[in-house]
Write a protein that binds this ligand. Structure first.
Ligand code: PEP
Length: 250
């Protein structure tokens, strides 16, 4: 069975004080989280150390939103995978559509980031997803297949077994427009089938998360689908009440 994961991507939101209050509220509600669900908070880099201090005796894990493509050195402004591991991060998001779109992250860069993350034992949450025009043109399967084939499908099976995939249709991110449970399930099944071409049975054990305007009102229907193993949550993860309600939806 695939691990059930709920990750909250705070993006570039919250001051330290706001981040601490959010984490404190999650800790206060931790008992509401079903035992089989791994909750991960993904705050900005500046918050990771202090958030870890709050979470270290709890079951909630921490992740980062990005990591550098290089191990160390003269890369001003970058944060390495090893630095993230040193503040007890366990997860790192790689290939989020905002990174692809605004920072030009292509398959080559994403492969370097995957290698860095895996080298230091971080679990990559690798994002794929089509744009609105690709959905409307009916080319979304081809787009997603190539996003997978150029990146995670090239890993060796041992590294691949550590990767979590997130399907995030770009048209659903931050727009309030969620993919229907049927639309999401269709793509999740396709992702699993595509990964099985490279990794066989391992694909059946890969956690595939859905992301894109997931909220308390639609989470249960999404998580009930066969190939949806959890969620990558943006906006709704900034409210402890909503994020915990999504966790209860598993
Ligand atoms: C995201 O950016 O990963 C995301 C899913 O955002 P939202 O939930 O706000 O659509």
């Amino acid at each position: 069975m695939c691990k059930k994961i709920l990750a909250g991507n705070w993006k570039m939101n919250t001051t330290i004080e706001q981040g601490i209050s959010l984490v404190a509220a999650l800790i206060a509600g931790e008992k509401e989280i079903p035992a089989h669900v791994q909750v991960v908070v993904v705050p900005p880099f500046t918050h990771l150390h202090i958030v870890h201090q709050y979470l270290k005796n709890h079951g909630i894990m921490i992740g980062a939103q990005n990591c550098a493509a290089h191990a160390k050195g003269a890369y001003t402004g970058e944060v390495s995978a090893e630095m993230l591991a040193s503040v007890s991060c366990q997860y790192v998001i790689i290939g989020h559509s905002e990174r692809r779109e605004y920072y030009g992250e292509n398959a080559q860069i994403l492969n370097q980031k995957l290698a860095q993350a895996l080298r230091v034992g971080l679990t990559p949450i690798f994002c794929v997803g089509e744009r609105l025009e690709e959905r409307e043109a009916g080319s979304y399967f081809a787009v997603i297949a190539s996003q997978l084939r150029e990146t995670v499908a090239m890993l060796n099976p041992s590294d691949f077994s550590k990767v979590v995939i997130a399907y995030e249709p770009v048209w659903a991110i931050g727009t309030g427009k969620t993919a229907t449970a049927e639309q999401a399930q269709e793509v999740h099944a396709f992702i699993r089938k595509t990964l099985a071409e490279s990794f066989g049975i391992l694909a059946a054990q890969t956690s595939i998360l859905y992301g894109g305007s997931c909220k308390p009102s639609n989470a249960a229907e999404l998580f009930a689908q066969n190939d949806i193993d959890g969620g990558l949550i943006g906006g709704a993860s900034l409210s402890a009440e909503d994020f915990l309600a999504i966790a209860r939806a598993f």
